[in-house]
Design a protein around this ligand. Sequence first.
Ligand SMILES: [Zn+2]
Length: 192
Amino acid sequence: MALLEIHKFDDPVLRQKAKPVKRVGAAIRKTLKDMSEAMYEAKGIGLAAPQVGLDRAMIVVDVGEGLLELVNPKIVSSEGSATAAEGCLSLPGMWGEVPRAEKVKVEALDANGHRTWIEGEGMLARALQHEIDHLYGILFIDKATSITIEEDEDGEDGAEGEEPETAEGQGATPKAAGGETRKGPEGEGQCE
Ligand SMILES: [Zn+2]
């Protein structure tokens, strides 16, 4: 069985709004499973259905605390704010400092169609917000206060984990590649 393909960059499917799932049945469960497989294969910590070309409101998240498969997820409350670096499987080689709520509570249906509530903070809160944004056609670059693009033309070692310094266009400061620069929030984590 082929892996789901992850759509990238300016693929219009990434900008579509996902439609709510009406009924969670075998087909949805199968899709969630395929999505988590694609996420793990890509070494991601989250994936939203639009990233694999499906306009359905479904996400999978695993920040190392177990797999969450969420259908029609909605943020019902949020608290605090924190800024930290984020990337996206649909935007390989790009990183941004993104302000997010520090804690969120999400209401969703689980893979059996039962209503469930997830409370997350830190990395989990960030991943939930990032993936739910995908369902509205929102990418992290829309919210980032700074963006860094890793140049990888000659197959250079795009070593993961190091913070690349190359900005879009030579000599540009690593700002505003996402189109707009917002006023920096006073979050912690200006980790450069
Ligand atoms: Zn993403």
